[in-house]
Design a protein around this ligand. Structure first.
Ligand SMILES: [Zn+2]
Length: 500
């Protein structure tokens, strides 16, 4: 991504978000010196870029335009290159322990080498351990005057309130269409390209509020355009928007009818046209989401690119279920043998489910309800009828998540095996210890393991082991999950008795 690096904002004025620009101007203009900033928000919205800009503003040797950095002096250049020794970028995920923070506290006392302010940019700060947070808090309570902290996180709810209250909090939000278009125009001008406004709007819609994603599309278009002009037609052709939206509508119709055959045909078409399944699923989920909001009576967010299906026959509980199924399937894409398989399985599973015949809440509010309706044209061949009969006797197929989002035992088994496999690639002995444990509970935030042996518990509590486990678990679940280990109660009691 050359454009992204090349056009990373270098001044406050170049940041995408108007709100962030204004807050930073005000904070950095004021005579009151802030010793800690907290930047929160999803990935790809420019938190790190903003942190570096703040570092430049605080250290620039020759500001010319108000508070903006000059981007030419030694300080500005070395900060932009990442070679300034007084600007320390620390990854909270790999430096999360008390030792690292203690070390940091020692070094903080030393004056900066060449800059006015020593700046600590701690990324993924929510990954720090409680002890590390406590140590950090002590520093934040009485920071040396030459130090400024910029804490960044995608998960602000995991940052203790005591830390939050000592920081100037800036919340990075998904960029609006106008903000993205503004950024694209800046790039287009510098690249001496021409771009239709409609084309830029379309790219903005495709990038779902992420400057990084948008710039990537813009760059692709810049590479393929022959006359240095980015037109709406060019973007549409390459992202076959109209085509995709039409297929999303078709897919929703087939889901409404529980018509697996026509749903699978749409998937086959996608595959033959080379449309990326993940992109399609994203659009489908967004369309269902809009439909859900509409049915509940919430207006959609302006600028959302997804289709507004306001006349969907699906009921609220059905839409909810479909969004759950599709979200799970989308997360499985990475591991699928063929990219279309997870989506196909959702379609088949959905068509085999009996129609939800009541949706009391929806009914009360006067939403259209098709009670006890039978799928009009489900699977039509004989084989399918056999399957349906089977389903009639047994229970409907197991669904991946329950309403509370607590996963079932069979899923925990799958998670457990995947985790052990993943850990095995890093460390065999830790994998061995894991085999002696079991999942006591998993609720997508915390994984509670239970073991019979104290030495297992001790081993799993070691910092190094913990890191291996957490990294593996993150790879498997693509979430940050806390791991807790408990000793099986009977064994814990016996052990306590022994100790006396
Ligand atoms: Zn400068």
């Amino acid at each position: 991504m050359v454009f992204y690096r090349k056009y990373r904002p270098q001044t406050i004025g170049e940041l995408d978000s108007k709100e962030i620009r204004e807050k930073l101007y005000n904070a950095l203009k004021s005579p009151e010196v802030f010793h800690a900033f907290l930047f929160t928000g999803p990935k790809g919205l420019g938190k790190t870029s903003a942190a570096r800009i703040v570092a430049k503003v605080l250290n620039c040797e020759k500001k010319t335009k108000g508070i903006e950095p000059c981007n030419k002096c030694g300080q500005c250049v070395s900060i932009a290159n990442g070679t300034n020794l007084d600007i320390l970028e620390i990854d909270g995920a790999s430096n999360r322990g008390i030792d690292e923070i203690r070390d940091l506290r020692e070094k903080i006392k030393l004056s900066p080498m060449s800059a006015r302010k020593k700046i600590y940019i701690i990324d993924e700060v929510h990954m720090l351990t409680t002890e590390a947070f406590n140590a950090l808090l002590k520093t934040l309570e009485e920071p040396p005057s030459h130090v400024v902290f910029i804490l960044c996180t995608t998960e602000p709810h995991k940052v203790p309130g005591t830390i939050l209250s000592r920081c100037l909090h800036l919340q990075f939000k998904k960029a609006t269409e106008d903000e993205l278009v503004r950024s694209f125009e800046r790039i287009i001008k510098k690249e001496k390209l021409a771009g239709e406004k409609d084309a830029l709007r379309l790219i903005a819609n495709l990038s779902d509020g992420s400057f990084r994603d948008g710039v990537k599309i813009l760059e692709e278009m810049a590479l393929i355009t022959k006359d240095k002009k980015i037109t709406k037609e060019l973007v549409q052709k390459n992202y076959s928007i109209a085509g995709i939206q039409y297929k999303i509508a078709q897919m929703i119709r087939s889901l409404e009818e529980k018509d697996a055959k026509s749903g699978l045909k749409v998937v086959a078409k996608l595959a033959s046209e080379g449309v990326e399944v993940g992109h399609f699923m994203q659009g489908l989920i967004e369309a269902l989401h809009n439909s859900l909001l509409f049915k509940i009576g919430v207006e959609f967010v302006p600028g959302n690119s997804a289709l507004a299906i306001d006349n969907s026959k699906l009921e609220i509980s059905e839409i909810k279920k479909l969004i759950e199924l599709l979200s799970t399937a989308k997360s499985e894409l990475k591991y699928a043998v063929l990219p279309q398989i997870p989506l196909e399985l959702v379609i088949v599973e959905w068509s085999l489910q009996p129609r939800i015949d009541t949706d009391i809440n929806a009914d009360k509010h006067g939403f259209s309800v098709q009670r006890e309706s039978v799928p009009k044209s489900a699977l039509i061949n004989e084989q399918a009828t056999v399957i349906k009969k089977d389903i009639g006797i047994k229970k409907p197929p197991i669904i991946t998540t329950t309403q509370q989002g607590i996963t079932s035992y069979s899923e925990n088994d799958a998670l457990w095996n995947a985790l052990i496999d993943k850990v095995k690639t890093h460390n065999h002995s830790v994998a061995g210890v894991l085999r002696g444990c079991r999942i006591k509970n998993y609720d997508s935030k915390t994984l509670l393991l239970e073991t019979n042996f104290k030495f297992h518990k001790d081993k799993l509590s070691e910092i190094k082991t913990r890191e291996i486990l957490e990294n593996a678990l993150r790879e498997v679940t693509r979430k940050n999950v806390n791991i807790e280990v408990m000793l099986k109660p009977a064994f814990a009691k016996a052990l306590a008795g022994d100790g006396r």
